[in-house]
Design a protein around this ligand. Sequence first.
Ligand code: NAD
Length: 260
Amino acid sequence: MLKGKTALVTGSTSGIGLGIAQSLAAQGANVLLNGFGEVDTAKAQVAAAGQAHGITVDYHDADMSKPQEIEAMMAFAAQRFGHIDILVNNAGIQHVAAIQDFPTAKWDAILAINLSSAFHTSRLALPAMQKANWGRIINVASVHGLVGSAQKSAYVAAKHGIVGLTKVTALENATTGVTCNAICPGWVLTPLVQKQVDDKAQALGISVEAATEKLLGEKEPSMQFTTPEELGALAIFLCSPAANNVRGVAWNMDGGWAAQ
Ligand code: NAD
């Protein structure tokens, strides 16, 4: 379905971004990966997912907290692939602390990576999408773009912000073939959440299994993690012709979290 298209997925060396990149590759899209850590493994996994379509997979190491590096990545993408058709703003970090104890550097980093980076990639990707009259911007927000949780001030502020950015991006392009939507996962068992489980186990002196049950039980009525594969399937739907008129939504996949 996406053969001939090129997707940039920020923060795609791990977790949800890697899952979405694999799903896009399996539909035939070329993929530009970004993020830190296990780059070669991620590249191999995404290439394997798109092998049947002979896709091209490449990588750029831009730090999404740095606008100049984002500009360099977008210039690289244009030179390597022509232009980006599908932009998935996914890179994100978390820090958990009460407001009065929240390190200001962490606040700045979370706002930069989880919110401002999406503004920078979007402003740089939109002109070519508008010219082609086709484009998909998918912002990986969170159920924390819709509701709050204590101890997560920067994350909740950034995620509510990206839901707002999603609506404005959708409205500014509403009469074109460029759509913008947000995906709002509940708990997904990635390294970002595993750290919160491990911290909970340590703080309460309980096993990791008990901490996992507690984490799900506090927020997610289904008592199940959403998977990167399920989020990838939602991203594919948003890229499909059936989603041509889905614009500016914040679509939660959260096991009933926000329904409470
Ligand atoms: P993860 O830690 O597995 O992956 C984060 C990715 O972002 C990695 O590839 C990492 O290298 C990259 N990254 C981090 N800082 C970066 C930077 N400065 N520049 C470039 N890349 C950077 O986490 P995840 O759970 O897969 O999270 C992905 C997105 O999904 C985030 O935006 C997160 O807020 C969101 N989300 C996660 C959950 C969850 O339960 N895991 C729920 C809702 C939303």
